[in-house]
Design a protein around this ligand. Structure first.
Ligand SMILES: Nc1ncnc2c1ncn2[C@@H]1O[C@H](COP(=O)(O)OP(=O)(O)OP(=O)(O)O)[C@@H](O)[C@H]1O
Ligand SMILES: CC(C)(CO)[C@@H](O)C(=O)NCCC(=O)O
Ligand SMILES: [K+]
Length: 257
């Protein structure tokens, strides 16, 4: 079985793939000080609590935080007896190489989303991922990542507003009942929600303007379904997109010598 690890700047997600389906998916806050032993205690207690029978024999990691990779490697080596594939490292091959400026490193999560999006929807695609940052990945007709957009994440924008303005509280992202807020919280929620809808629609409009031919737009990440309620832009919402891409990249590396 495969242990797939998607490490973002805020959260790290672990999924177990049995070759047919995901047996379990668990989330932990990303913390570079966490040791291999700590990960294992956490994982093994969840396995026991949910009575999940997992024989992990291989692993793949996508990490946007370079520092955490060392301890995740130790986890795989010490407890599962395997050497993980790490997306973005030379030994981890991708079906199609990205076409970007020389010397640029593309976030591994964006490479993984590109592979998964292309597999499910083909090329001429924009993948929107609502994580710590909101990213737009442009996938060419042949499945290559050819660039995109990085915008501040929704929660980050709200946090910045709260931190910078003494009278503004911390609020959760939600779709407000009305655009005109009649209290502080409602005003902030409207600003972030409708501001973000404008951002998503504006960015995709400009990307499409630059592209020859039509493009599909799909979305993933924790807030995708919430924002899908405010726009009809998205062709599909896929919560498991990054995990699906990790499985595909792992298979590709096994099958292609
Ligand atoms: N209504 C909501 N309000 C605020 N946050 C929400 C809401 N619904 C979901 N989320 C957030 O979505 C997150 C899950 O999204 P996702 O895993 O895509 O991104 P992330 O973990 O925040 O970022 P990264 O992958 O960059 O670490 C959860 O951590 C949660 O905070
Ligand atoms: C943009 C984030 C933080 C989104 O997770 C990540 O993909 C990243 O660190 N990227 C590196 C820069 C780039 O992708 O161009
Ligand atoms: K993510």
């Amino acid at each position: 079985m495969l242990l797939a690890i998607d490490c973002g700047n805020t959260n790290t997600v672990f999924s177990i793939w049995n070759g047919t389906r995901f047996l379990a998916t668990w989330r932990i806050a990303t913390d570079h000080t966490r040791t291999a032993d700590e990960y294992f205690v956490w994982l093994s207690s969840l396995l026991a609590l949910t009575k999940t029978e997992a024989q992990i024999s291989e692993a793949i990691i996508s990490s946007t935080v370079p520092r955490v990779v060392f301890n995740l490697r130790v986890l795989c080596d010490r407890y599962f007896g395997c050497r993980p594939l790490v997306v973005g490292k030379p030994e981890c091959r991708l079906p199609v190489a990205p076409r970007v400026d020389q010397g640029t490193t593309v976030g591994p999560d964006r490479l993984v989303n590109t592979v998964a999006g292309y597999d499910r929807h083909g090329g001429n695609l924009i993948v929107v991922d609502f994580g710590t940052a909101t990213t737009f990945d442009v996938v060419d007709h042949d499945g290559a990542y050819v660039g995109g957009v990085i915008a501040p994440g929704v929660n980050l924008s709200l946090e910045a507003l709260h931190m910078a303005a003494a009278a503004l509280p911390h609020v959760d992202v939600t779709k407000p009942a009305k655009a005109i807020g009649t209290n502080t919280v409602a005003c902030m929620q409207s600003g972030v929600y409708w501001g973000y809808i404008g951002l998503i629609e504006g960015i995709t409009r400009e990307v499409r303007r630059e592209w020859a031919g039509p493009m599909k737009v799909i979305a993933t990440g924790g807030l995708a379904s919430l924002f899908a309620q405010g726009t009809d832009l998205f062709h599909a919402i896929e919560d498991d997109l990054t995990m699906h891409g990790l499985v595909l990249i792992n298979d590709y590396n096994k099958e292609t010598p």
